[in-house]
Ligand binder design. Structure first.
Ligand SMILES: NC(=O)c1ccc[n+]([C@@H]2O[C@H](COP(=O)([O-])OP(=O)(O)OC[C@H]3O[C@@H](n4cnc5c(N)ncnc54)[C@H](OP(=O)(O)O)[C@@H]3O)[C@@H](O)[C@H]2O)c1
Length: 239
């Protein structure tokens, strides 16, 4: 089946949390949304839920840490769509062990796993899907979901692996933004705030809907010329 929608989006880590919410909101705005998930069952369940509401959501199996999985996802995508307008790099991990561990005691294997998922994964996804992003007729938009914890302006000795991965994601955003500015592809970072998901926990002060707002705005309404910036609540914030 080829998607009949003119507007096409891909969201990683879309089976739950913020990724699922962003997918649903993009569907509401008329996008065909490729919901990329590493787990087939959980991914199909989330897609089924949105399709049941009348939206065009399409399952894509994608483990962002596995280069073969990224290539296979590219192949599956190319069977159904001819271009990509919005790519949201949302999938990420925050390992429990990070919580109370100082960088002085940081487990290097945990750091490697975190960098693989939160930094190298998004880089591979952007690199592989570039040919489709370049075919966007309205100008493509890449949104990397980051965190306050990646901000150098108030960096502390906490959550070291996760924080380092998000700071590197900021630098990666600037690099891709500079590389793609001539191709009409905007690349930005969004801090969603503290959101009620399994990562954020039940004590978080934002609903997934609120957490998704700025990403939705950057994906659909913000001026195309806005690129290489770090956003929270639709405002540019310091790196
Ligand atoms: N929640 C917050 O308070 C908060 C605050 C700041 C930033 N963020 C950022 O917001 C984004 C979404 O987080 P969330 O709160 O929605 O977290 P979440 O509920 O833990 O969801 C994380 C998602 O990422 C997926 N994922 C993890 N590793 C993956 C891999 N190797 N390949 C593909 N998918 C993978 C998970 O899939 P599985 O179901 O298969 O594990 C899940 O779908 C992340 O980038 C996070 O860093 C969250």
């Amino acid at each position: 089946m080829n998607t009949s929608h003119e507007k096409v989006a891909l969201v990683t880590g879309a089976n739950r949390g913020l990724g699922k919410e962003i997918s649903q909101e993009l569907c509401k705005k008329g996008y065909a949304v490729f919901m990329a998930s590493r787990d087939i069952e959980k991914g199909r369940e989330a897609v089924h839920e949105l399709c049941g509401q009348g939206y065009e959501a399409i399952f894509l199996q994608l483990d962002v840490t596995d280069p073969v999985s990224v290539k296979n996802a590219y192949g599956a995508f190319s069977q159904k769509a001819s271009h990509l307008d919005v790519l949201v790099n949302n999938a990420a991990i925050l390992e429990e062990a990070d919580r109370h561990v100082s960088i002085c005691k940081l487990n290097i294997e945990s750091l490697e796993r975190t960098l693989k998922t939160n930094l190298i994964g998004p880089i591979m996804v952007i690199q592989d899907f570039l040919p489709f992003l370049e075919k966007s007729r309205m100008g493509a938009r890449i949104i990397n979901i980051t965190s306050d914890l990646g901000s150098l302006s108030h960096m502390q000795d906490s959550y070291p692996a996760y924080s380092l991965s998000k700071t590197a994601l900021h630098a990666m955003t600037r690099q891709f933004s500079a590389a793609l500015v001539g191709k009409n592809i905007a690349v930005n970072c969004v801090n969603p705030g503290w959101v009620q998901t399994s990562m954020g926990g039940t004590g978080a002060n934002r609903t997934p809907e609120k957490g998704a707002e700025t990403t939705l705005w950057l994906a659909t309404e913000a001026p195309q010329g806005e690129t290489g910036k770090f956003w929270k609540d639709k405002r540019e914030v310091p790196w």
